[in-house]
Design a protein around this ligand. Structure first.
Ligand SMILES: Nc1nc2c(ncn2[C@@H]2O[C@H](COP(=O)(O)OP(=O)(O)O)[C@@H](O)[C@H]2O)c(=O)[nH]1
Ligand SMILES: [Mg+2]
Length: 221
């Protein structure tokens, strides 16, 4: 890479950091708890949003930003639950960035919400590298992806506050060593909390909702 292109890349990254800081200030000023939900495609992000919204929408004012390379599929699934949803199509980019969130925020009156969930683009690598201004990052690893993923893709596990091991209803049919994942992940990130869930049966969702309730309430003070 030439010196000029290195400088341009650095300027772009610094601009993204500034925008992330300004998003974070906006969220704090409005006392809205913001979660960045990440995983590989198909791990269960939208399914978890559906479960979460069903469990929490009577007590909290929730808005959702859906990130996808293309299509409105996920936004349509969430809108069906009666929740304000903004779809961002990245048009090829494999992750959301702070600038895209800032543009989406023009359509979301933050003072009308307690909780904003951002479903990032399905990808186990790039989303972890970009600060959106969120309070917390959470990630899903589903049991069909294999128990070696924390070793292969450590960054997302290091950056997340919570790891949700999803699709535990499928454990009898796949080779997945939950203890191995927990051990690797706690070595990569000692502060990470691991929750075992099934979006299909609803198992473990109560603990996840409890974690969210605590975080939302911390944001209000
Ligand atoms: N068996 C099982 N299937 C699940 C579970 N959670 C999600 N799925 C399925 O996994 C597929 C991908 O889910 P989706 O929520 O769209 O994943 P996303 O791409 O991460 O948003 C869908 O067919 C879901 O029905 C689960 O806990 N158990
Ligand atoms: Mg989805």
């Amino acid at each position: 890479m030439s010196e000029i292109s290195v400088t341009v890349v650095r300027n772009i990254l610094e601009a993204q950091d500034r925008i992330a800081k300004s998003n974070r200030k906006l969220f704090e000023d409005h006392k809205v708890f913001v979660l960045n939900l990440m995983s590989s495609p198909g791990a269960g992000k939208t399914s978890l949003l559906e479960r979460t919204i069903e469990a929490m929408k009577s007590s909290y004012r929730i808005a959702v930003i859906e990130g996808d390379i293309q299509s409105q599929e996920d936004a349509l699934r969430i809108k069906r639950l009666g929740v304000e949803t903004i779809q961002i199509n990245t048009g090829g980019a494999c992750h959301l960035d702070a600038n895209m969130i800032q543009s989406a925020l023009e359509k979301i009156p933050l003072n009308a919400y307690d909780f904003l969930i951002i479903e990032n683009v399905g990808n186990l690598v790039c989303p972890a590298e970009f600060d959106l201004g969120e309070h917390e990052k959470a990630m899903i690893l589903s049991v069909t992806e294999g128990d070696d993923k924390p070793l292969k893709y450590p960054l997302m596990f290091q950056k997340s506050s919570v790891l949700l091991i999803n699709k535990i209803d499928l454990i009898p049919y796949v080779t997945f060593n939950t203890e191995r994942v927990k051990k690797t992940v706690s070595e990569l990130n000692p502060r990470i909390q691991v929750l075992e869930i099934s979006c299909k049966t609803g198992e473990g969702i109560d603990k996840w909702v409890e974690w969210l309730r605590n975080r939302i309430s911390l944001c209000k003070h």
